[in-house]
Design a protein around this ligand. Sequence first.
Ligand code: NAD
Length: 251
Amino acid sequence: MFNKVAVITGAGSGIGRATALLFAKKGAKVLVVDLDSKEGSKTVDSIEGHGGEARLVVADVSKASNVQRMVKTILELYGRLDILVNNAGIFTEGSVVETVEEEWDRVLGVNLLGVFLCMKYCIPEMIKGGGGVIVNVGSEAGLVGIRNQVAYNVSKSGVIALTKSTALDFAENNIRVNCLCPGRVLTPLVEKVISDSEDPEATRRILSDDRPLKRMGTPEDIAAGILFLASDETPYATGTVLSIDGGYTAQ
Ligand SMILES: NC(=O)c1ccc[n+]([C@@H]2O[C@H](COP(=O)([O-])OP(=O)(O)OC[C@H]3O[C@@H](n4cnc5c(N)ncnc54)[C@H](O)[C@@H]3O)[C@@H](O)[C@H]2O)c1
């Protein structure tokens, strides 16, 4: 991974931050992309504090103009881009009946349209550079139905379909596209679900006990899988879906 230019969306927190730190440790030049400039800066500071190289790009992945600006900035800085990790995502609860259209649009806008836009504008630059690797962050919720999170479920199923069809469309351009489906990971996203619940301790226990390994994942558990798919260790993998979920979807 040494010297490769890696773009990681949603790198201001959780899985994205852990991935950015790991990629930088492996010698990548990391573009930390996030809506939140304060948290994105913290990731950059942490990488630089460990002797790595990182730059912040503040962008909303659900807006084409922002994604185009992101790509322009990357090219101005490095002249190429080798790896794209589509990790930015948001979560929401609700059934079909409860979910209002604006919430549906918001979740699919970030989780699905955002992945589409980043691939749409990054792939042409990867082709110019002779190829590239894309890792899309899906979810166990894209593989199995989960009660009361219909918009999130659908967005993550869509990420898997988007991964497979893009892998086919650009295989001949030397672009590999794979999907990593994390199980439940203790990040700010899940911490909020726990703290918003009526009995946070009971919720924390329930969220660990529903999987064979009896714990939630760590951001580092998932970052290791993203690195594996993005690295030269997996040159024959494209269009694949890798689950790292404590055994949840094996049940
Ligand atoms: N935490 C889990 O249990 C879990 C499980 C399965 C899948 N995932 C997926 O992993 C990914 C990361 O999740 P996490 O738990 O680390 O989340 P997180 O909330 O800790 O971090 C997400 C980051 O994305 C950024 N972001 C949100 N919307 C954005 C936008 N429109 N443009 C740019 N940046 C934006 C946020 O500012 C934040 O820094 C998401 O795609 C999520 O759906 C998480």
